[in-house]
Ligand binder design. Structure first.
Ligand code: P6P
Length: 339
């Protein structure tokens, strides 16, 4: 009765992470404790996001809630939840959040060996129309926790120990890699547990979908313009690709990971570094793509090789199916030869 066993042998994210930990006997469990606090944050935000629309509609939240407290914007609330959860884990020393201009340095008594970079609620401008949004995070090990310096955070993405996102949509799905593959977990609200639903995710080697904001086409450089042209008017007689663009990175990346294809946020004349942030958007999604057998490219180099110099730095990004990204890499290489 394998099916029954599957139903009763629930693999929760907690069990999964503990199993991973058992592969490293030397580990003291700090990483497991850190991840459990991130999972807690995701559960809280999932509840808040699901209620927000309703609360707003029937005016429960409005400007102030029943206690007369000013109703916090969801992204501010989410940020506070993650900062508090991460600090209270006692396993972090530096936090970088999309919501905070400066990095958070944890007080000495609560310091741990990790730095977490995160966007607590990416795509939150979409919440009012019910489009999926998400939390994106990456985890670095710090060298010196006694006197943590900001420079410790400016590491290339390939140094990350783990990365993931939690998508708040029709269901709450947490996709995680700790460096040995990618696994997806879906929140079972009746249990309050994330259950393993997408074991060992591998992105298709080639896809039939491209995902880009075509509204920026006027400003694209030649390689991106040529690539998108090729998607729409293939010269080799193959059928054109489909365009799918949700405008919420977590949703666009999640679809790319499961269905294959390529997600592009290129630089352009107006913003040469594009829009997406290196530490807590580009790196975590690039890490996941490589772990799932895909790849991620900045237009100049492998995305995970990039060494950031500022915590909110942006970079162009092309990520997804291995073969699709190869094609755009070839176009950028050809353009580089001409210069
Ligand atoms: P554009 C959402 O605002 C976001 O930060 C990402 O989630 C998304 O991929 C991107 O911006 C969309 O940007 O310029 O296409 O609206």
């Amino acid at each position: 009765h394998a099916a029954d066993a599957h139903r009763t042998d629930l693999m929760t994210i907690t069990r999964f992470v503990l199993n991973e930990q058992s592969k490293h006997p030397e580990s003291r469990g700090d990483f497991t404790i850190l991840l459990s606090h991130i999972v807690l944050g995701c559960k809280f935000v999932c509840t808040a996001v699901n209620k927000a629309g309703l609360a707003k509609l029937i005016g429960l939240a409005g400007e102030t809630n029943v206690q007369g407290e000013e109703q916090k914007k969801l992204d501010v609330l989410s940020n506070e939840v993650f900062v508090k959860a991460l600090v209270s884990s006692g396993r972090t020393s530096i936090l970088v959040s999309e919501e905070d201009e400066e990095a958070t340095f944890v007080e000495a008594s609560k310091r741990g060996r990790y730095c977490v970079v995160f966007d607590p609620l990416d795509g939150s401008s979409n919440i009012d129309c019910g489009v999926s949004i998400g939390t994106i995070f990456g985890i670095y090990m710090l060298k010196d926790t006694n006197d943590p310096k900001l420079e410790e955070v400016l590491q290339p993405g390939k140094n990350m120990l783990a990365a993931g996102y939690c998508m708040y949509g029709s269901s709450c799905t947490l996709v995680l890699s700790t460096g040995s593959g990618v696994n997806g977990f879906t929140l079972d609200p009746s249990l309050g547990e994330f259950i393993l639903t997408h074991p060992d995710i591998k992105i298709p080697k080639k896809g039939k979908i491209y995902s880009v904001n075509e509204g920026n086409a006027k400003n694209w450089d030649e390689p991106t313009s040529k690539y998108v042209e090729k998607c729409k008017f293939p010269k080799d007689g193959s059928s054109p690709k489909s365009l799918r663009y949700i405008g919420s990175m977590v949703a666009d990346v999640h679809r790319t990971l499961l269905y294959g294809g390529i997600f592009l946020y290129p630089g352009d004349k107006k913003s040469p570094n594009g829009k997406l942030r290196v530490l807590y958007e580009v790196f975590p999604m690039s890490f996941l793509m490589e772990q799932a057998g895909g790849q991620a490219f900045t237009g100049k180099e492998r995305a995970l090789d990039l060494i950031p110099t500022k915590i909110h730095q942006r970079s162009p990004i092309f990520l997804g199916s291995y073969d699709d990204v190869e094609e755009i890499k070839a176009l950028y290489a050809a353009a580089a030869e001409k210069t």
